[in-house]
Ligand binder design. Structure first.
Ligand SMILES: [Zn+2]
Length: 114
């Protein structure tokens, strides 16, 4: 399953980056572009499954934000949202230049307020 390895990677990245403070993290926000093939529901399910394994995640909240695909037209130099995987600018020009949509990143980490 793709999502379980994604969530494992995210948790180990957080542990590495916030060594010593990991247990103070209350919420993590992830941004996943539509091209990354991440399904928010499946990520949440994978996270729930991982929680059973790692009780330290019990207090952690996970939020997944899906980012639309944005492409750039080289003819009119405009950015536009790609819908239904049609990489064609409203001006009619096809493009392959994706400027947003394939990312998968931790966008926000919240800690316990002391
Ligand atoms: Zn255009």
């Amino acid at each position: 399953m793709h999502e379980i390895s994604v969530i494992r990677t995210i948790v180990s990245t957080l542990k590495e980056k916030y060594e010593g403070n990991f247990d103070k993290i209350t919420k993590v926000e992830i941004e996943a572009g539509l091209l990354s093939n991440i399904q928010p529901v499946l990520i949440q399910n994978a996270f729930e499954a991982l929680r059973l394994e790692l009780p330290e995640l019990m207090e952690l909240e996970l939020e997944v934000k899906v980012l639309p695909i944005i492409a750039r037209c080289n003819k009119c130099n405009e950015n536009f949202e790609v819908k239904y995987h049609r990489f064609i600018c409203p001006c009619g020009e096809p493009t392959k230049e994706v400027i947003q949509g394939d990312e998968l990143q931790i966008s926000k980490v919240e800690f316990i307020k002391t």
